[in-house]
Design a protein around this ligand. Sequence first.
Ligand SMILES: Nc1ncnc2c1ncn2[C@@H]1O[C@H](COP(=O)(O)OP(=O)(O)O)[C@@H](O)[C@H]1O
Ligand SMILES: [Mg+2]
Length: 313
Amino acid sequence: MLHELKKREETIKQVSAGAAESQYKYQLEQYKFQTEQHLRLESEHLREELQQSLQTLKTTQEHLINSEKLAVLGSLVAGVAHEIKNPLGAISIHVQLLKKALGSATAPAVDRYLKIVDEEINRLNSIVVDFLFAVRPMNITTINDDLNRLVKELADFLRPEAEAADIELRLELDTTLPPIPFDRHFLKQALLNLITNASAAMEHGGSLLLRTGQDSNEARITVKDSGCGIDERNLSKIFEPYYTTKSDGTGLGLTLTYKIVKEHGGDIAVKSKAGFGSEFVVSLPIPQTNQKLITGRCADREHEHEPQNTDCR
Ligand SMILES: Nc1ncnc2c1ncn2[C@@H]1O[C@H](COP(=O)(O)OP(=O)(O)O)[C@@H](O)[C@H]1O
Ligand SMILES: [Mg+2]
């Protein structure tokens, strides 16, 4: 380009220096043509860029309108869900009172009917509670805390249930993890959802691994099971609200988990193979200032077992 410009400059100089105009006329015409072509291309390019920017602007505007609509819809439905909770509680209390009033002399059929009413109330209640959890804005308050302690607490809490279900619960804790900012209540809920799903996927027992780890700027919590796994076709759907393969599922557990993790500025990844188990990895940012606050040495690591094949419901 620079070379080309120099050549043109030279020609113009020669013309103005009185060189035979005819000698350079053709060359000047050429340059004029080339410049015009160049300008045409440039303006075409600019027009394309402008069109692309306009398209981006239009899509962003549409997204904004949609998310605004969703926000309004969300708060409307959340209001309705909240209103459902109170009568539901009242129905539940009155079913218990009815049971008491009828005493033990009721026909077996009545008992059965009341049991079904009770179960359905609980189901509705958990749908409403999970829904409210998923749509309400979260008030996440993070404080620097020990991730290992949270995982250990969860493991202690779950161990009796796991043992009863023939699930071997293993822990691999990286004790060099620095404290990181998280909301204890919400993160516990998120991990519980992952663990509940993992246990549900191992109907006939199996192994459940809870592992913590890190790289330079993120802490990781892995929940790995040897359960039924997730078919590749369904892997993209599992975080969608209301996606469930369980007869008593709400399909909101992973939606909620995803939301909690995102509110922490983190991410969640899943690897799964039908018949071989699943691995969910939650990663949370370690702020630069915390990276030096290393708490100890790496804990003993147990060897991982190959996941077993179990049936899924
Ligand atoms: N560890 C897992 N193993 C197998 N399938 C899983 C696992 N975790 C989630 N899933 C699948 O993702 C679906 C959605 O999970 P979730 O949002 O928690 O809703 P729910 O548990 O109420 O079905 C589950 O119904 C199940 O099909
Ligand atoms: Mg679930």
